[in-house]
Design a protein around this ligand. Sequence first.
Ligand code: 8DG
Ligand code: CA
Ligand code: CA
Length: 331
Amino acid sequence: MSKRKAPSDEGNVNKDFCDFLIELANYERNVNRNVYKYNAYRKAASTLAAHSTRITSGKEARKLDGIGDKIAKKIDEFIETGTLQKLEKIKKDDTSESINLLTRVTGIGPAKARELFDQGIKTIEDLQNNKDKLTHHQIIGLKYFEDFEKKIPRKEIEEIEMMLKKSVLELDSDYLVTICGSYRRGKPESGDIDVLLTHPDYTSNSSTKSPHLLKNVVQLLENQGLITDTISLGDVKFMGVCKAGDTARRLDIRLTPYDQYYCATLYFTGSDMFNKQMRAHALQKGFTLNEYTLRYIGSTGVPGNPVKITSEKDVFDCIDYPYKTPSERNV
Ligand code: 8DG
Ligand code: CA
Ligand code: CA
């Protein structure tokens, strides 16, 4: 996962409101570890980003989904003063600023950031002098701190996609490879590269595991110099670093069972807000949907066997949800 970021910017006439809501969201997650408030601020930002006209008052915003009195008041304050007292205070607060900075390192979450801060570790330089307190993942995050903050241009992912597909299909032409995430949603830039991999030999019924299916691919890409570092490598998930140009990029590769490929594709294409909406809709229709399967619950409360899914569209059809192409899922 790349660090969660703001909803899409293009054509967003309420971008300044969204920006301060995302700042507040990150503060709640990183510093207060309040996931409930984090989600609430993100939902409000997502609603405003999707609103086609410029909001002119808190009262007007209050009518929208996910915006209550407190956020409405903040919108009024922002319109009147051009800033927010609460954010100004956060920015002056040494603790909040340090913890926010530490969580920008891949692998350092809010709890670890707080732990480091309590030990007097507050800056990137402090981290460099205290590598013994970091995990392998966090050390890689630190090593590439500047690179990982840079967005990946679409063109570069297109090149990586070509190299990746060519190599993998030469290894075994039965592999299926899809780059999901924001790239698949057509974004001009992405935070990281989310690769999904499957092979007909590996299904959810397979009695034996097929660790070689992922490991062979990782080995090959390492030999070719595309993969430069490994954060972690399990039977079904690789997390690491790749380099096609001058900049190191975060690369995840997941191996999913053949029969679960489309639920996985749907899930890892996102956006996360879109997934939330679609899951909620599925529930209303009596289904439970996750990255593995779609199952009918009905009124019994017990999920049944997975529905047979052979495309993303199958999932939409089953739960009676109008089909959205990946680029229409930028919620
Ligand atoms: P970005 O990398 O360009 O910033 O955007 P992204 O591709 O949309 O985000 P991501 O963090 O890389 O996550 C990839 C997809 O995984 C996302 O679009 C939807 C799905 N996903 C969720 N929730 C979560 C979550 O909490 N963690 C992770 N790792 N993935 C999630 O729906
Ligand atoms: Ca990701
Ligand atoms: Ca991504």
